[in-house]
Write a protein that binds this ligand. Sequence first.
Ligand code: 5GP
Length: 114
Amino acid sequence: MQVTIFEKILNGEIKSEIVYQDKKVIAFRDIMPQAKIHLLFIHREKTVNAVELGLNNAQHAADIFSAIAQYAKESGIDRDGLRIVTNVGRHAGQTVFYTHFHVLAGEPLRTFGA
Ligand code: 5GP
């Protein structure tokens, strides 16, 4: 399996601004933010996308959503709202093949899906 940029962030080879971490999950700021706040939540154990995760590692989803909820409460971004997005495959525009959940917040968000 190809080594992705997120594995290099996980092992410290590439620097990123980490905003949250626990034993299973880390979150860091997206390098090309699509909103005032744009974070990426990943599990420390690799899967390629959310479909593989759901089929083989569904516990990862619970770990990631628990981390997002904890971060949202602690940072207060849940007060005005946030969006959680995960892209799977070519038609969705997935570019990094390591499962990640985008968290967008900090301002009113545009509609999506177009
Ligand atoms: P995808 O398009 O796969 O859903 O999302 C990949 C995301 O990773 C993109 O939003 C992109 O800006 C972000 N990204 C790509 N390379 C890096 C990097 O080196 N550092 C950080 N922090 N984000 C990255």
